[in-house]
Design a protein around this ligand. Structure first.
Ligand SMILES: Cc1cc2nc3c(=O)[nH]c(=O)nc-3n(C[C@H](O)[C@H](O)[C@H](O)COP(=O)(O)OP(=O)(O)OC[C@H]3O[C@@H](n4cnc5c(N)ncnc54)[C@H](O)[C@@H]3O)c2cc1C
Length: 443
């Protein structure tokens, strides 16, 4: 088949938080595998690199390139629903927001989701997106098969039984193994979730961590730095009818606009942050709140305005020590300010080579510094302190989120790192799918 694919010049790519961007020489929105093949041919001939982008949500430069960018938004079909096996096969560019709705028409759902769904199937698995729940793995553990279009133009099917090695690499692929054309997810019967959020203290939660983990299938908590305050969030399947205590006034007028304004003020008076964290806890998180809805509406939550984040996974047994160290570091250094929340989530260990949860149950600790009205707030000290604590406890950074690690670190962190490298070098010997971010990982 002869197809003519057109790339657009002059497109500026920016990630969701507008913290990273690039100016691809040509920007493509292919509608077929043939078109993607043609783009790869053109890249090979002109000695260009290629980056595929999904929802562009990654808070780092992992999806950036100044060469060829392939945006997968037009390859977003549901290809097959296997009701018996409860599996769905989709094109890599489908947004989870569309997939959730499609699945519910078939009485199915994904067992776990991250905070947002305006992200692509191939994109979320590419960086190891996770949610919480000690019985649940990160999102790539829900993948049972996928197909890759490699740099040479070959289509590779992989699963536990076919190309098994490539499969363990490609379930968390970093966008560096080829173009992910299709993904097959293991689903579960559609379910509703009952969410209960209630106030507690850091001491209580850390002292009874196992109880909380046992008590709720999707347990997480938010810690409000510069204080003892914690909001515990339980989410569990229910048969009760949907109900909601959410209100526009509290969630948006106060939780979003007032917070953004006050955080902006605090850029002139940093000591206000401590007060803001306590004030908002008292205002929004100090009483019990309950919601019931279809699973994906409860899994997804408002991430408010633009922000910088870091999110490392440490062995679960280090949770208490690491958090208390972070708390002590903030107390000992009054000039170092931390926005709320520090979000603490959990995930089951797995066998995916580059999974931060590789062979260990893990605790993810997400720190945040908002950018009120787009203004950057100094965070270097907080960032370095956090990274130091995470590293000391054997942490592994979230691949989507900016970090300062390089190949040397990853070699120490990941026992299967050499295996991943050899698969990558075999599938992409010229480094067509690399970019600046990935060079730091592999060189
Ligand atoms: C508001 C917000 C909330 C978030 N919440 C969470 C959360 O709860 N938990 C969590 O773990 N993370 C979270 N993240 C991070 C987010 O889940 C990841 O960045 C995820 O990878 C985004 O998916 P995407 O489709 O936007 O991927 P992109 O950022 O577009 O791409 C990610 C990677 O996948 C590659 N890629 C994408 N599509 C393909 C393809 N078809 N073939 C080959 N490579 C491809 C890209 O090259 C890149 O390397 C959040 C981010 C934001 C902005």
């Amino acid at each position: 088949v002869l197809v003519q694919v057109h790339g657009q010049g002059g497109v500026k790519f920016q990630n969701w938080a507008k913290t990273y961007g690039s100016s691809p020489e040509l920007y493509f929105q292919p509608t077929s595998v043939e078109e993607i093949r043609e783009i790869l041919d053109m890249a090979r001939q002109r000695d260009k690199r290629v980056k595929v982008v999904g929802g562009g949500h990654s808070p780092s430069d992992i999806a950036c390139t100044d060469d060829f960018m392939i945006q997968m938004g037009k390859m977003n079909r549901v290809l097959k629903v296997d009701k018996e096996k409860q599996q769905v096969t989709v094109e890599g560019g489908i947004f989870l927001s569309d997939l959730n709705v499609e699945l519910s028409k078939h009485g199915l759902a994904l067992a776990n989701l991250g905070a947002v769904s305006e992200v692509a199937a191939a994109g979320v698995i590419g960086t190891g997106t996770h949610n919480t729940g000690i019985k649940h793995g990160i999102l790539p553990t829900q993948v049972v098969a996928l197909t890759l279009l490699t740099a040479s133009g070959e289509i590779l099917e992989c699963s536990e039984s076919v190309n098994a090695d490539i499969f363990q690499a490609a379930r968390l692929h970093l966008g560096c193994l080829g173009v992910v054309l299709t993904v097959t997810f293991q689903c579960v019967p559609q379910f509703h979730l009952h969410e209960v959020a209630f106030p507690s203290t850091l001491t209580e939660v850390l002292d009874h961590l196992d109880d909380h983990l046992q008590r709720s299938q999707y347990f997480r908590f938010l810690w409000f730095p510069h204080s003892e305050n914690v909001s515990v969030i339980y989410q569990d399947p229910t048969n009760k009818p949907p109900s909601s205590s959410a209100s526009w006034w509290w969630d948006y007028a106060v939780g979003y606009y007032l917070l953004e304004f006050l955080l902006w003020i605090s850029t002139f008076v940093p000591s206000l942050v401590c007060w803001i964290n306590r004030f908002f806890f008292w205002l929004l998180f100090s009483s019990r709140v309950e919601n019931i809805a279809i699973s994906y509406k409860i899994f997804n939550y408002e991430c408010r305005f633009k922000q910088h984040v870091q999110d490392w996974a440490i062995p679960i047994e280090k949770t208490k020590e690491a958090l208390l160290e972070l708390k002590a570091a903030l107390e000992n250094n009054p000039k170092m300010v931390a926005h709320y929340p520090v979000e603490v989530r959990f995930a089951r260990g797995d066998e995916i080579w580059l999974s931060p949860c590789f062979q260990r149950d893990s605790c993810y600790m997400n720190i945040i510094m908002y950018r009120p009205y787009g203004k950057n707030v100094p965070r270097l000290n907080y960032w370095l302190t956090y990274e130091g604590i995470m590293k000391k406890h054997g942490g592994r950074p979230h691949w989507a989120k900016a970090h300062s690690c390089t190949r040397k670190d990853f070699e120490k962190m990941y026992p299967a790192f050499p295996k991943f490298c050899s698969v990558r070098e075999k599938l992409d010997p010229t480094g067509m799918f690399l970019n600046t971010y990935l060079e730091k990982v592999f060189y």
